[in-house]
Design a protein around this ligand. Structure first.
Ligand code: DGL
Length: 292
């Protein structure tokens, strides 16, 4: 680099080295919900390095506008890229519904066309064809995910002829975030919203838990759906889909480092994150606080 001098050459060298050397897989969520995705991904692909980022200071995203969710998600993705991630999974349905497409189509080409951001909605929808018998699919999610109609549109695209019925459950994320997943009071809201969903069509035979917080409420949802209705969590589905993706994209797999480590970042207090994360994971974690 004879035309670059001193500091400039060093910065250029560091930038190109960082952008080409293998880095961890980033997993992002507005808060703790994405830990249910991370947990299953690490179970399936333990050899990789991971960075989990929870934007806990600004969660929940579910009731926020399209523009705000997009802006917050892009900030988080850029932060994970700055930490050396080449691949980021949005472990959040709300962010996948409201920000993923714009980031993939408008932002990534300018940031770095070789990096990838993947969501959780498409892999979940791909799976339902194997599960439903009636083609009547129920979806529970945050108000933002339900309003976006992302699930309905993906399902229409992939399975024309299937019918979708959605129910927004605005209380479920706050209940889980506040450690009330097992609380008796939570039954009231789960029962109310599940009954509202099921009243939309008696032939619904599959219910997608379309929010990464909801696996913690799966027992309660199963308690209130009619017998025989299948309740689908996304973690294992997303993990299988990621394993398949890395298998088909060897160049990306080579750019993901493999030392079996996991770092946890939060925009809230690190102590608070470490304490609450134990509700979602079986192992204790130590988080670091960052600002976006
Ligand atoms: N866990 C996120 C999701 O899957 C939503 C939580 C929130 O409202 O921030 O949609």
């Amino acid at each position: 680099m004879p035309y670059l001098k001193g500091g400039t050459a060093l910065i250029f060298y560091l930038m190109t080295t960082l952008s080409s050397s293998p880095g961890p897989i980033g997993v992002f969520d507005s808060g703790y919900g994405g830990l249910t995705i991370l947990d299953e991904i690490r179970r399936k692909l333990p050899q990789y390095d991971y960075i989990y980022l929870g934007d806990n200071a600004r969660a929940p995203y579910g009731t926020r506008s399209f523009d705000i969710v997009y802006r917050f998600t892009l900030e988080a993705v850029n932060y994970l890229f700055s930490q050396g991630c080449h691949l980021v999974i949005l472990g959040c349905n709300t962010a996948s519904a409201k920000a993923l497409r714009t980031i993939q189509q408008n932002d990534l080409p300018a940031i770095d066309p070789a990096r990838r951001v993947l969501g959780v909605i498409r892999p979940t929808v791909e799976k339902i064809g194997e599960i439903t018998s009636t083609g009547n699919i129920g979806i529970v999610g945050t108000p933002g995910t339900v309003r976006s109609r992302s699930y309905d549109m993906e399902i229409e695209k992939l399975y024309p002829g299937f019918r979708t019925y959605s129910q927004a459950c605005p209380m479920w994320v706050p209940l889980v975030e506040n450690g009330e997943a097992q609380g008796d009071g939570t039954d009231y809201f789960v029962k109310r919203d599940v009954e509202a969903l099921m009243s939309k069509h008696p032939a619904i035979d599959t219910v997608i838990l379309g929010c990464t917080h909801y696996p913690l409420l799966k027992d309660k949802v199963e308690k209130y759906v009619p017998e025989g209705v299948k309740v689908l969590s996304q973690g294992a589905i997303v993990a299988d889909s990621l394993a398949d993706y890395l298998d088909r994209h060897k160049e990306m797999a080579a750019r993901c480092s493999k030392n079996a480590t996991c770092r946890y970042l939060t925009t809230e207090s690190s102590d608070k994150f470490s304490e609450s994360a134990s509700l979602f994971l079986s192992e204790p974690v130590e988080a670091t606080s960052i600002s976006l």
